[in-house]
Design a protein around this ligand. Structure first.
Ligand code: AMP
Length: 286
């Protein structure tokens, strides 16, 4: 496995593979890797001959009061995990190469960021769309793999690839969870022992919502009220949003028809947690 720090070397590595007719799967990450990231890498390896992973904590997607400086980092362990899973290269650029002095071109979408996480994290998706565009241009993959854990991010990347004519297949991978149901996240490290059990409430809301829908409930308001009630039963939780929305546009919906995305974001102490589930109406109710 090659560890590549410079943009030139990364581009040369990929161009060399592509001129030999080989395919490249790409998994962009911010590191502190866990089983969720590894599932993306396994999918990439299944779908292409070569796997490139990037590890880059992207400053452009953090707001001034967010956790850029404290975001967990563990480069040596991450590289070991990439090696074990059989990555061919890991790209580890420094921010001054990605955003050199004088940098001024950003990628912004007009609609999708104005929902869900984008409302409380106004620079987040601009930073994500910009860095992913740059990484696509540098790594030149045939396909790129993203997690459904960050559903809005995946929707934004799909739109970006369509709008900017990237010849890259975007592959989504289902959320990987801890045995007790908590969605895996690098930020779970921030949770204290006291907070950790409360984090299960997110998945409980999603399970209960799916059960309500299976029993014929289609009123989005009732589903949101149920979830808000569960979350607010914990005094340490502050709700950012609870939404039932269209899976493509992310516009809120009044009722679940066939299927709808339920998405949640909360603050548990100092930790921001997100989760989501596709609510699917049973066949008899469609
Ligand atoms: P991050 O390092 O948090 O930026 O995440 C890198 C990629 O891993 C993104 O595409 C995430 O959606 C994906 N990812 C993170 N956590 C999970 C998870 N629990 N299950 C599936 N994918 C995940």
């Amino acid at each position: 496995m090659q560890v590549i720090a410079t943009i030139d070397e990364m581009t040369r590595f990929s161009e060399n593979l592509r001129t030999r007719g080989q395919t490249i799967a790409f998994v962009p990450t911010m590191g502190y890797l866990h089983a969720g990231h590894l599932a993306l890498m396994a999918e990439g390896k299944k779908k292409a001959e070569n796997l490139v992973v990037s590890i880059f904590v992207n400053p452009a997607q953090f707001g001034p009061s967010e956790d850029f400086s404290t975001y967990p980092r563990a480069m040596e362990q991450d590289l070991e995990q990439c090696r074990n899973i059989g990555a061919d290269a890991v790209f580890t650029p420094v921010s001054t190469d990605i955003y050199p002095k004088g940098f001024q071109t950003y990628v912004e979408l007009e609609k999708l960021p104005h929902h869900l996480c984008g409302l409380s994290r106004p620079v987040f998706f601009k930073g994500v769309a910009t860095v992913v565009t740059k990484l696509f241009n540098i790594v030149k993959p045939n396909l790129a793999v993203f997690g459904e854990k960050d559903y809005q991010q995946l929707a934004i990347i799909r739109q970006l690839v369509t709008d900017l004519n990237f010849d890259i297949e975007i592959v989504g991978v289902p959320i990987v969870r801890e045995p007790d149901g908590l969605a895996k996240s690098s930020r779970n490290k921030y949770l204290s022992q006291q907070e950790r059990p409360h984090a299960l409430l997110l998945n409980r809301c999603l399970d209960t919502a799916q059960k309500m829908v299976e029993q014929g409930e289609t009123d989005a308001r009732k589903i949101v009220d149920m979830a808000t009630g569960i979350l607010l039963s914990c005094p340490d939780i502050r709700v950012d949003y609870v939404c039932v929305c269209d899976p493509v546009t992310l516009d809120g919906v009044d009722s679940v028809r066939k299927k709808a995305l339920m998405a949640l974001a909360v603050w548990l102490g100092k930790t921001r947690l997100i989760d989501n589930r596709m609510l699917v109406l049973p066949d008899r109710a469609k």
